[in-house]
Every structure is written in structure tokens, then in C-alpha cells.
Design a protein around this ligand. Structure first.
Ligand code: XMP
Length: 329
């Protein structure tokens, strides 16, 4: 019979025994529920000997890196380093419009930035009074991820390149620590609540590693990023205001790589098209589009066109998965 308190005590004891009195652990955080719960558990177990790293890859949502930083440091007391690598990522993404290439650039650059940061943190930790080397890498792997990586050896694994830990471990000589590897998502959420993680973070929709880069179809430019950020913020704000956030599994605004004609004020405009996507799913393998009522869509569409410069049309994606995927690239 599974009890939360017993799990926490047992896991903290196991982490302390593994890492020892002086051992140091490093791990990437994204602001999502899995990495935050894993980080908080490490923080409870070994305090500042756990080093969390948040990489700002330039394709995060509006004020996301700032918000995550506040929650993790001020609210949860986690020892966090934020690396602003946005210009580096955006420079490499310049002129690239192929979805797989975009994913690869972001995945590989993330690994490079994380490794460079880990090296710096290790040198600082070693130079200071704390003596242990960084020997461990934290990964917020859940039980379903463990199963998926065992059973997905076929071509389905390469349908999309998902960011994984393999690249991080290569050349870093770190041992892997995975405190959530026996848990399902609902158990991770319960654990998060138990550890004092704010409810809106515990119930946050998943956000993909390649971020807004796969929600901006075609080339990622600063202008498209601004549109994606502003439109997404309005959409999510309205979803929350309507009390629908927890009924929806994932929702976002995407920017299409085309312009359409519209009339705004008394002028004809030629401007960007935004597509909204919202799905319900239990396992993210299949999904159905969320049946908003017309009034809701009307309100969101009016706000996006009025408040986001450079947008003259809003579409709602009514494709299920399959054949559509949840993300648009
Ligand atoms: P798709 O688009 O394949 O997405 O239906 C299924 C779920 O996976 C997320 N996703 C990703 N997450 N790195 C991630 O961390 C990725 O490259 C990636 N691609 C898709 C997607 O947001 C959805 O929750």
C-alpha cells in the first residue's frame, strides 16, 4: 500500500545514502512539474549540494524564465543557476525552417550549454569550502518514460526527435539519479503538492523542450516569437478565466508561416495568421480537440487580433491525434 509520507522519507534516505556526505548533484529544470518535483526532493535531501540549472533557450513563453526562477528560488529555496543562452540558440536557428533540424539544433545546443554550465558550477563548488565533486545528474524520468524507452526501439521512436538524457551523460562521466522513476504522473502531482509546490505549477500543461520553435511553423524570428508569446498569453489567460485550464490537457497558440489579407479599421492589411490548439488526452498518444463554445472562441479571437500587432486572423485547429500530432511541427 503506497503512502506519500513513506515514499518521501524512503526516497530522501536513499538519495542521501547514494550521494554521501559531500556529493554534489546537478540537474536541468524547466519549470514543468516533473523537473520541479525532482529538484525539490533533491533540495529536501541534500540542500544546496543540489544545483539546478535553467537554460533560457530563447524559445520560452512570455516572462517564463523569470517566473520559473522566482518560484524555484524564492518559493522553493532551490539552489538555481539561470543561463540566458537565448541569443546563441536564436543565432543558430536563423534561416532554419525544417522541423527536425530545428529540434536537433535546440537539443544539441541545450546539451552544450548545460555541459558548459555544469563545468563552471563544478569549478566554483570545488574552489569554495564545499569539497565534493559533482558526480551525479538528476533526471525527472517517470515510470511511463522508462517503459517507453524500453519498448520504443522501432521506427516509431524516430517519428520525432525527443530530447533525452543520453547526450547529457556522454562525456560528463556522471551517474544518473532518478527519484521519480517508479511514479505515474498523478503520483508526481500528489508528491508535488505534498512538498509544497504551488498548485498552478503542479497542474501545469506540458511544454515541449523545443518550446515555441515548434509552434512557430517555418523560420523562428524575433517577430514571430513576439506574436507567439503574446497570442499564447491571451489564449491561456482566457482559458484560465473560463475555468477550463484543468479540463484541457494542453493548449497553445501557434504562428503559421503565411500572411492573409484582412481589413482593420478602414485599411486592408496583409498580416500573420495565428492557429489555436487545445486538446484533451489521457496519455498524449491519442488526443481530441477541445470543444470550446463559440462565444469563448469569439472572445479569444477578438482579443488576439486587437491586442497582438501584426495578426489579422485566428484559426482553431480541429484535428485529432492521430492523424495530427499535438504540436504542429
Ligand atoms: P506530439 O506533438 O508528438 O506530442 O503529439 C506529444 C507530447 O509530447 C510533447 N513533445 C515534446 N516534448 N520534447 C519534449 O520535451 C519534444 O521534442 C517534444 N515534442 C513533442 C508535446 O508537447 C506533447 O505533450
Amino acid at each position: 500500500d503506497w503512502s506519500m509520507e513513506k515514499f518521501v522519507d524512503k526516497e530522501i534516505a536513499r538519495i542521501r545514502a547514494m550521494v554521501g556526505e559531500k556529493g554534489q548533484v546537478i540537474g536541468a529544470v524547466s519549470g514543468g512539474v516533473d523537473s520541479t518535483v525532482a529538484a525539490k526532493l533533491m533540495n529536501e535531501a541534500i540542500g544546496d549540494r543540489f544545483h539546478a540549472v535553467l537554460v533560457d533557450n530563447g524559445v520560452l513563453r512570455l516572462e517564463e524564465s523569470q517566473t520559473v526562477k522566482e518560484t524555484l528560488t524564492k518559493h522553493l529555496g532551490i539552489n538555481l543557476t539561470v543561463v540566458d543562452a537565448s541569443e546563441r540558440f536564436l543565432g543558430l536557428l536563423k534561416g532554419v525552417s525544417d522541423p527536425e533540424k530545428k529540434r536537433k539544433i535546440i537539443g544539441n545546443t541545450f546539451i552544450e550549454v548545460f555541459q558548459e554550465t555544469a563545468k563552471k558550477i563544478a569549478e566554483d563548488a570545488h574552489g569554495s569550502s564545499r569539497q565534493g565533486e559533482i558526480e551525479w545528474l538528476l533526471q525527472g524520468t517517470l515510470y511511463p518514460d522508462v517503459i517507453e524507452s524500453i519498448s520504443f526501439k522501432g521506427p516509431s521512436a524516430t517519428i520525432k526527435t525527443h530530447h533525452n538524457v543520453g547526450g547529457l551523460l556522454e562525456g560528463m562521466h556522471l551517474k544518473l539519479i532518478e527519484p521519480l522513476r517508479e511514479l505515474f504522473k498523478d503520483e508526481v502531482r500528489a508528491l508535488g503538492t505534498n512538498l509544497g509546490i504551488p498548485e498552478d505549477l503542479v497542474w501545469r500543461h506540458p511544454f515541449p523542450g523545443p518550446g515555441l520553435a515548434i509552434r512557430i511553423l517555418g523560420e523562428v524570428t524575433k517577430e514571430q516569437l513576439r506574436i507567439a508569446r503574446e497570442a499564447d498569453k491571451i489564449f491561456i489567460e482566457e482559458i484560465r478565466a473560463a475555468g477550463l485550464y484543468n479540463q484541457i490537457s494542453q493548449a497553445f497558440a501557434a504562428v503559421l508561416p503565411v500572411k492573409a489579407v484582412g481589413v482593420m479599421g478602414d485599411k486592408r492589411v496583409h498580416a500573420q495568421v495565428v492557429a489555436l490548439r487545445a486538446v484533451e488526452t489521457t496519455d498524449f498518444m491519442t488526443a481530441d480537440w477541445f470543444p470550446f463554445d463559440g462565444h469563448f472562441l469569439k472572445r479569444v479571437s477578438r482579443r488576439i487580433v486587437n491586442e497582438v500587432d501584426g495578426v489579422c486572423r485566428v484559426l482553431y485547429d480541429v484535428t485529432s491525434k492521430p492523424p495530427g500530432t499535438i504540436e504542429m511541427e
